[in-house]
Design a protein around this ligand. Structure first.
Ligand SMILES: *Cc1c(COP(=O)(O)O)cnc(C)c1O
Length: 399
């Protein structure tokens, strides 16, 4: 019936490539290795000078006043939520399509997550839905820059000002993005980043929060250090042993070894961002002819940092569902992925009482989504392989 499907690897045909191409991957060079080695023998493995150096360089890269380094992107969200004053019984508005950590940070502090639907075009939080979800208990809005494209930050900030709410921007996908020509990291009062290997730059594990408010920065520095009001290096400098733990914090510190890697990675960030955009341009051009898929878009006044390239399948034009198409890509050795399962669908949230069906846009788009591989060290051949596999699979399953 479908002769084209015979050449698919899932049906015994030859795969487009022999090794699996992941959806994201770090790039480590000699320069990274030599800075890490220097840090290893510098005398400071943690709480040393590399932390401040990395924070200053990161803050300057996003035109923020302060950057606070922490052990991962989830710790960054936890610290930001703490600084925002989220506590037991507070309601915090979070988009339904994101990584679970965007919501979990509210739960760590005893708050209640109010999931709202996303905009169909961008999968960013829908501001109209946010407005409807505000109650007297609402404390904050967590906006996620999905796939790298900034959310409707201006409207979100205005709404927050009207209702006296805090704004946390989860920019784990958006390092290097701009909103009305301003760098993401300098737009909202608390912006969090992840330095996980699939993200734009990496420290192995790592996270960062940027802010223009010195009090928020100080609170987060304390929070990452047990709630202690001076750090070890500052005490060494004044030959003092006295310190006080003024509130309950955590050990969320990023080591000097990791910060050294971050400093080296940061130098390559704009080059890598450019490479991501080149790959995206290739995908756009080669795949726009394909009526069985919808491609991600940018919006005026916003530049995406292109962490992900999420395509949507037009299932009504296809003879196979997302699960089978996902497998078909994997058999061609193209490591597609799905971002994300709606957060309230996870058993932990289901047990808290959230029920499927309350977020029609996000939940229906989720059923059609696939992220194509996208990372700066992809070769021209890698890009060509993804395009070839995509066209081959779409042709085979076209109705
Ligand atoms: C990666 C990610 C995080 C968490 O970052 P980790 O460094 O893995 O803890 C949070 N939110 C979003 C949207 C992410 O993609």
């Amino acid at each position: 019936m479908e002769p084209m499907s015979h050449n698919l690897a899932i049906n015994g045909g030859t795969p487009v490539r022999n090794t699996l191409l992941p959806y994201g991957r770090q790039l480590i060079g000699e320069d990274d290795i030599s800075l890490v080695c220097e840090a290893l023998t510098s005398g400071w493995l943690t709480t040393g000078p590399k932390v401040e150096e990395f924070e200053k360089a990161f803050a300057s890269a996003v035109q923020a006043e302060y950057a606070v380094a922490v052990s991962n992107g989830t710790a960054a969200l936890h610290a930001a939520a703490f600084a925002a004053g989220i506590g037991p019984g507070d309601e915090v508005i979070v988009p339904v399509i994101t990584f679970a950590a965007s919501a979990n940070c509210v739960r760590y502090l005893g708050g209640n997550v109010v999931f709202v639907d996303v905009e169909p075009k961008t999968l960013n939080i829908d501001v109209t839905q946010v407005e409807r979800a505000i109650t007297p208990k609402t404390k904050a809005i967590i906006a996620v820059d999905f796939a790298g494209l900034p959310a409707e930050l201006e409207k979100i900030i205005a709404l927050a000002q009207t209702h006296r709410l805090r704004v946390i921007e989860d920019a784990a996908h958006a390092f290097g993005a701009t909103y009305q020509r301003r760098a993401v990291g300098s737009v909202t009062e608390l912006t969090t980043f992840s330095l996980h290997p699939v993200k734009h730059i990496t420290t192995g594990e790592g996270g960062m929060i940027t802010t223009s408010d010195p009090m928020l920065a100080q609170t987060m520095r304390r929070f990452r250090n047990h709630g202690i009001n001076s750090d070890f290096r500052a005490r060494e400098a004044t030959a003092s042993w006295f310190y006080e733990m003024v509130e309950l914090g955590y050990n969320y510190r990023l080591t000097d070894i990791q910060c050294a890697l971050g400093i080296a990675q940061l130098r390559k960030h704009s080059l890598w961002l450019k490479r991501r955009r080149e790959i995206v341009a290739c995908y756009h051009e080669a795949l726009s002819c394909c009526d069985t898929i919808e491609l991600p878009t940018e919006l005026p006044n916003r530049e995406s940092a292109w962490h992900l390239y999420p395509i949507r399948l037009n299932l009504e034009l296809l003879t196979a569902g997302r699960a089978q198409i996902f497998q078909a890509f994997r058999k061609e050795n193209i490591g597609v992925n799905v971002h994300y399962i709606p957060v309230p669908w996870h058993p932990y949230y289901e047990k808290l009482g959230y029920q499927k069906g309350a977020w029609p846009v996000g939940e229906s788009v989720y059923e059609r989504m696939l992220s194509l591989p996208l990372f700066p060290s992809m070769s021209e051949q890698d890009v060509a392989d993804v395009i070839e596999a995509c066209l081959k699979i779409m042709k085979a399953y076209r109705r």
